[in-house]
Design a binder for this molecule. Structure first.
Ligand code: UT7
Length: 369
């Protein structure tokens, strides 16, 4: 029997500076009640450091949790829609900082489905025997692509990183089945126009091209149907039914999407883990951060069947069905922290609010609030 990919370590890095709904009320026409009712979000984080820094700390915490040394890793994969650089990859930078000298590295972009895509990739490599110990990280600094006066996008997204260590293990536990899907014809519904090579390299871009272009309603509908259909398909591949599922840890897109998708499948809310309220939608980082929070909250038990459905830009979707391993407690903890900051959230967003001001009939030199 071939080995299975089992999660043996988990960790997250949540940057300290919060952007609350009340903060957003100061810069756009919105209110806490609307945001919370429509999304389940009260606050999200704005990172004062690069996404690579968040990825590194989440990785160190996941390695300590697994009781592994960086030199033992065979592979590091980072899923990100907002990498600090395209080359070198975030994974390569993290490898250097950790001293994971025996690990290959690559980044992968499947937007909010990135963690599921990365896990699907490395599961095949673990089952074939090519690698034995792998670190998968989801890391995002999404605030870089938001216009904080655009109420249709900036309310949703936040920064953060989560990491999981996978190890080749004999037995019943591990990834049981995966489903990956995409519909590139709908890709226009969620676009970061300025974060690639499109256009002349040194041409100044129109301001509106620098921010996320987003059609919330079609994405909402596709996400509900897509996550439900993908989960059902993956369960079937694993020879299981929805009744076998002990816990769903979905991509934290929007509390209403999670609620509607799991309701559609007949999965009761007490079997669904959410942590979107204080983190917002962190794209590829959301599932690995939620794994850490679910473990800390005692929601994961040995042998549990756990479903991880995701949906995001591309558009892409995917689901993992996993049987959780024996261990639910960390082997060790990593004590490091991010460098401290005295910056307020409006210090961190000042350049952003000035840059996009002309799109909202304001002058860039005006007071930001
Ligand atoms: O993670 C990757 C996948 N992405 C997602 O999962 C996001 C999917 N989409 C969504 O989460 C939702 O579509 C949003 C949260 C973005 C928007 O929620 P919605 O329920 O689809 O609202 P809507 O766009 O239909 O707007 C309803 C009303 C409109 O007013 P009228 O035309 O009915 O008078 C909007 O102008 O709410 C208004 N509105 C707001 N009001 C206060 C829109 N945004 C806001 C806001 N605050 N922030």
């Amino acid at each position: 029997m071939s080995p299975k990919a089992v999660i043996t370590g988990w960790g997250k890095c949540v940057p300290p500076v919060e952007l609350t709904n009340q903060d957003l009320e100061k810069v756009m026409d919105t209110n806490d009640q609307w945001i919370f009712e429509r999304t389940g979000i009260k606050s999200r984080r704005i990172s004062h450091v690069e996404g690579t820094d968040l990825a590194e700390l989440a990785a160190r915490r996941a390695l300590a949790c697994a009781g592994l040394e960086p030199e033992e890793l065979d592979l590091i994969v980072v899923a990100s829609t907002t990498p600090e650089l395209l080359c070198p990859s975030v994974a390569a930078m993290v490898q250097d900082r950790l001293g994971a000298v025996n690990a290959g590295t690559f980044d992968l972009n499947a937007a909010c489905s990135g963690f599921v895509y990365a896990t699907a990739n490395i599961t095949g490599m673990i089952e074939s025997g090519f690698v034995k110990k792998v670190l998968v990280i989801g890391a995002e600094k999404l605030h870089i692509a938001m216009d904080y006066r655009d109420r249709s996008t900036a309310i949703l997204f936040g920064d953060g990183a989560g990491a999981a260590v996978y190890e080749a293990t004999e037995g019943d536990a591990g990834v049981l089945a995966v489903d990956l899907g995409a519909d590139g014809s709908m890709g226009y519904t969620m676009v970061f126009p300025s974060l690639g090579t499109r256009g002349e390299p040194y041409e100044a871009r129109p301001i509106e091209d620098v921010r996320l272009y987003f059609e919330g309603q079609p994405i909402f509908k596709m996400a509900v149907k897509g996550m439900a259909a993908s989960t059902e398909k993956t369960l079937e591949r694993a020879g299981l039914t929805v009744d076998d599922v002990d816990l769903v840890i979905p991509h934290q897109a929007n509390a209403r999407i999670i609620d509607a998708a799991t309701r559609r499948m007949g999965i009761p809310p007490e079997k669904v883990f959410t942590n979107i309220e204080n983190l917002g939608n962190t794209a590829a980082a959301s599932i690995p951060m939620a794994i850490s929070d679910a473990a800390a909250a005692g929601r994961l038990h040995p042998g549990d069947i756990v479903a991880f459905p995701a949906f995001g830009g591309g558009i892409t979707w995917g689901t993992l069905i996993m049987r959780w391993g024996q261990r639910t407690e960390p082997v060790g903890t990593h004590q490091g922290e991010l460098p401290p900051t005295d910056a307020t959230v409006f210090d961190l967003l000042e350049n952003n609010l000035r840059f996009f001001a002309p799109l909202h009939g304001r002058d860039s030199a005006d007071p930001i609030i």
